[in-house]
Unconditional design. Structure first.
Ligand code: SF4
Length: 330
C-alpha cells in the first residue's frame, strides 16, 4: 500500500513537470506485483493524457545491409562478427518507394530508410536517399525518416531540406555502459549527430536497446540522458541475440522486465512518443499487448532490421482487440 502511494506521488510529480530522480527510476525497475501495477497505472495515465487511446505505427526498410565498420556488440550487420545477416548495397529508388507505398497503405505513420554503416557516403548513394525522401514526401501520406549513422551538419541540413521529417539515431545504452558495447566510436559522436539533426530542423527519434548486460542503474541513467537531450520520440528495442555476435546466447530480459523498462521511460518522457520496436516478440512473448498499458504509445510493424516481425494481420488484430486508434499519417 505504501509503495502504491509512491507510484501515485511520482505520477503527480511528473504531471507537475518534475522528472523522476534516479532513485525513483530504480524503484520503478525494482517494483514487483501490486507495486509495479501501481506504476503501470501511472504510466498508462500519462500516456493517455498525452495521446488518448491513439497509437502510432512506424515501418522501416533495410535499404543497405551489412559490412558495417563499427563493432556494436548486438548487431548482425557489423563486419567484426561472423553472422548470417545478408549483405547488399543501397536499394534502388523504386524499391525504397515501393516500401513507403506499402507502409502508408498499412497505416504506418513514419517510414524509415535505414542503412548500415557508421556514416552516409556522400555522392550517388546519399543523393539517391535524398531523392527517395523528396519523392515519398510528395507522393505518399507518410512521414519519411532516415537512419544513416553519424551525420555532418551539412548532411543533416541536406536531409532536412529534402523533407526528412525525423532523423533516427540511437544512443543504444547508457554512457557508462557504452564502452562495453562499442569501441569504434564514442558516445559523444552519437550525441553530436542528435544535436546536428536537431539544429537542421528535423525531429530526432533516439532510443536504444536493452538486455545487453546493462545494470538497472544504467537503464535509469539512459532514461535520464534522453530526457535531458529532449529527443522527440524514443524507440525501445529488446535484444534478440544474434548468433555470431558477442551477445549470442544472452537472454536476460523477462517479459515483465521489458514492461518495467517501458514504464520507466514513460515516467521520464511523459509527453513523448515511445515505441516498442525490435525484439518485441522474442522478449515480451504473450505480454505484447501489455506494452500499451505499460506506457508505450506506438510500435513498429512489419519486419525489423535483421529479424522478422510477426504478421501485420496479427498486430492489427491486437490493436483492434485493445480498442486503440491508429493515428493518421502526417
Ligand atoms: S548498430 Fe549501426 S553502427 Fe553499430 S554495427 Fe550495426 S549498423 Fe553499424
Amino acid at each position: 500500500m505504501i509503495k502504491a502511494s509512491l507510484a501515485a506521488e511520482l505520477t503527480e510529480q511528473v504531471l507537475a513537470g518534475k522528472p523522476p530522480s534516479r532513485e525513483q527510476g530504480v524503484a520503478i525497475l525494482m517494483s514487483r506485483g501490486a507495486q509495479y501495477t501501481a506504476y503501470m497505472a501511472g504510466a498508462h495515465g500519462l500516456k493517455e493524457k498525452a495521446f488518448d487511446s491513439n497509437i502510432r505505427l512506424c515501418s522501416i526498410i533495410n535499404a543497405k545491409s551489412g559490412r558495417c565498420q563499427e563493432n556494436c556488440a548486438f548487431c548482425a550487420q557489423s563486419a567484426h562478427f561472423a553472422t548470417q545477416s545478408p549483405t547488399f548495397p543501397l536499394k534502388s529508388l523504386d524499391e525504397i518507394l515501393l516500401g513507403a507505398k506499402q507502409a502508408a497503405a498499412e497505416g504506418s505513420h513514419c517510414f524509415g530508410i535505414v542503412t548500415s554503416g557508421s556514416k552516409p557516403k556522400d555522392g550517388e548513394e546519399f543523393q539517391r536517399i535524398l531523392h527517395a525522401i523528396r519523392d515519398i514526401r510528395s507522393q505518399y501520406s507518410i512521414a519519411p525518416s532516415a537512419s544513416l549513422g553519424m551525420l555532418t551538419d551539412d548532411q543533416a541540413q541536406a536531409l532536412a531540406d529534402a523533407g526528412c521529417v525525423t532523423y533516427h539515431h540511437n544512443l543504444e545504452t547508457a554512457r557508462s555502459y557504452f564502452p562495453e558495447i562499442c569501441t569504434t566510436h564514442s558516445y559523444d559522436q552519437d550525441i553530436q549527430t542528435v544535436i546536428s539533426a536537431k539544429k537542421a530542423g528535423m525531429k530526432v527519434c533516439c532510443g536504444g536497446i536493452f538486455g545487453l548486460g546493462e545494470s538497472i542503474a544504467q537503464r535509469v541513467e539512459f532514461a535520464e540522458t534522453l530526457q535531458q537531450l529532449d529527443v522527440d520520440s524514443v524507440p525501445l528495442n529488446f535484444l534478440s541475440p544474434i548468433p555470431g555476435t558477442p551477445l549470442e546466447g544472452r537472454s536476460e530480459l523477462k517479459p515483465m522486465d521489458c514492461l518495467r523498462i517501458i514504464t520507466l521511460f514513460r515516467f521520464f518522457l511523459p509527453g513523448k512518443p515511445i515505441s516498442v520496436c525490435g525484439g518485441r516478440e522474442h522478449n515480451l512473448r504473450d505480454l505484447q499487448a501489455m506494452m500499451f498499458m505499460a506506457g508505450a504509445s506506438g510500435t513498429m510493424i512489419g519486419n525489423y532490421l535483421t529479424t522478422t516481425g510477426r504478421s501485420k494481420e496479427r498486430d492489427l488484430q491486437m490493436f483492434d482487440d485493445l480498442e486503440v486508434q491508429i493515428d493518421d499519417c502526417v
